[in-house]
Ligand binder design. Sequence first.
Ligand code: NDP
Ligand code: 3PG
Length: 496
Amino acid sequence: MAGSGCFAEIIDGDVYKFYADGEWKKSDSGKFVPIINPTTRNTHFKVQACSQEEVNKIIETAKSAQKSWAKTPLWKRAELLHKAAAILKEHRAPIAECLVKEIAKPAKDAVTEVVRSGDLVSYCAEEGVRILGEGKFLVSDSFPGNERTKYCLTSKIPLGVVLAIPPFNYPVNLAVSKIAPALIAGNSLVLKPPTQGAVAALHMVHCFHLAGFPKGLMSCITGKGSEIGDFLTMHPGVNCISFTGGDTGIAISKRASMIPLQMELGGKDACIILEDSDLDLAAANIVKGGFSYSGQRCTAVKVVLVMESVADTLVEKVKTKLAKLTVGPPEDDCDITPVITESSANFIEGLVMDAKQKGATFCQEYKREGNLIWPLLLDHVRPDMRIAWEEPFGPVLPVLRINSAEEGINHCNASNFGLQGCVFTRDINKAILISDAMETGTVQINSAPARGPDHFPFQGLKDSGIGSQGITNSINMMTKIKSTVINLPAPSYTMG
Ligand SMILES: NC(=O)C1=CN([C@@H]2O[C@H](COP(=O)(O)OP(=O)(O)OC[C@H]3O[C@@H](n4cnc5c(N)ncnc54)[C@H](OP(=O)(O)O)[C@@H]3O)[C@@H](O)[C@H]2O)C=CC1
Ligand SMILES: O=C(O)[C@H](O)COP(=O)(O)O
């Protein structure tokens, strides 16, 4: 049960505490933020609305805790991360329960997210020991005009205080994907979880607390991003921001000072279907890729670009599969569950109505009950329709018919987004050429887009992001290079 057993100390009455200086605390603000259950549309949890003074204190503590953490041996940092990973997986049930109630994640997917997060933390611990345990040694005479009178030793050192801001759809996994790399690299970590998903995140933070990390090294501030977010992201004590979410990230990037940014933002992942595709494989991936977690994934298939000659057959196959999806509450493990908020459902409905007004073919009747929207495939979508370009973040998928692969590539590249894309064909040469041409961070060949497995590089181009995630790239991005040059009185070639 959430907030019980070893988690009893993280709640006070019916309001969850925030985490600072190794303790669970009530905010001096006296205010709280309600967390609305997307299924019932009632308040399910409450979290503290932290004050700016509390943010200042947390960042000061993070700065001093980081100094001693940077002097903690790599193997000790890794040991604590492995402990946190084990505790996280041990408590998968109560944390998954929070995901079901806060973000309407289907029960099985909720457990998967927590287990995947534990695996990410452990893999990161091992990878960190490897890549941070080695540096580079350069000699001066490898450059013209120099004798071997200089030895250059380079290593990766921490940035300082890393601010992690994950989105609602993976409030545990996309939090640890920032926390673990930051900590193994010797940084301290301030987490601002999404409002919806905050309680799952607080339970995850408690697992790190139970693992025994030093006081003040890791903290978790709760409160609406729209209220406390700007103060956090523009705070002079923050040395790096790792953000995952929507257009908010673009605004943050424009305001941030001279610090490293890791941005994973929205997507409009295109799925190009060629005439020689395996249409059963393509249909299965379109349904899984476009409708898992009700389409609320940045890597969801968000537009299908299918060759006219096979379009009717493909659409029929997708329709048949969509008809088998279960629709209802996440507690029953339904495939399609309510979207995150009423405003999100209204936005999705706006895109659907625009498509209707402009003449799209509705493969199913449009149906909505509260935040619950039934899966909808829109055929014969044209570029003048909003849904051809905008990100619904819901269970609605547009199909555009194309007459050449170039047409599909052009549509994909005309988007402001550039996260992932996919192409279905039996011709590997064609697949590689199309992958080369698509301006996206990743192209999947004969499978739907996906961030996982979590050690793969994951990056967005254009408005989809800055930098690259994936465990190794995240660790490297949360360090900076330090060189130490030893100057010798006379050339020395004894080093061979
Ligand atoms: N590329 C990727 O990997 C992913 C991209 N996304 C994209 O994010 C969107 C949906 O996720 P969603 O969570 O709604 O995204 P948002 O951008 O609304 O929120 C993301 C995070 O930013 C916080 N936030 C909001 N305002 C500010 C601010 N001014 N300063 C600092 N932080 C702030 C939010 O907190 P709060 O909840 O309190 O508002 C949340 O923790 C979609 O566009 C989706 O494509 C989502 C997941 C992954
Ligand atoms: O933000 C998202 O939606 C996730 O990055 C998607 O992760 P997944 O492709 O592994 O579900």
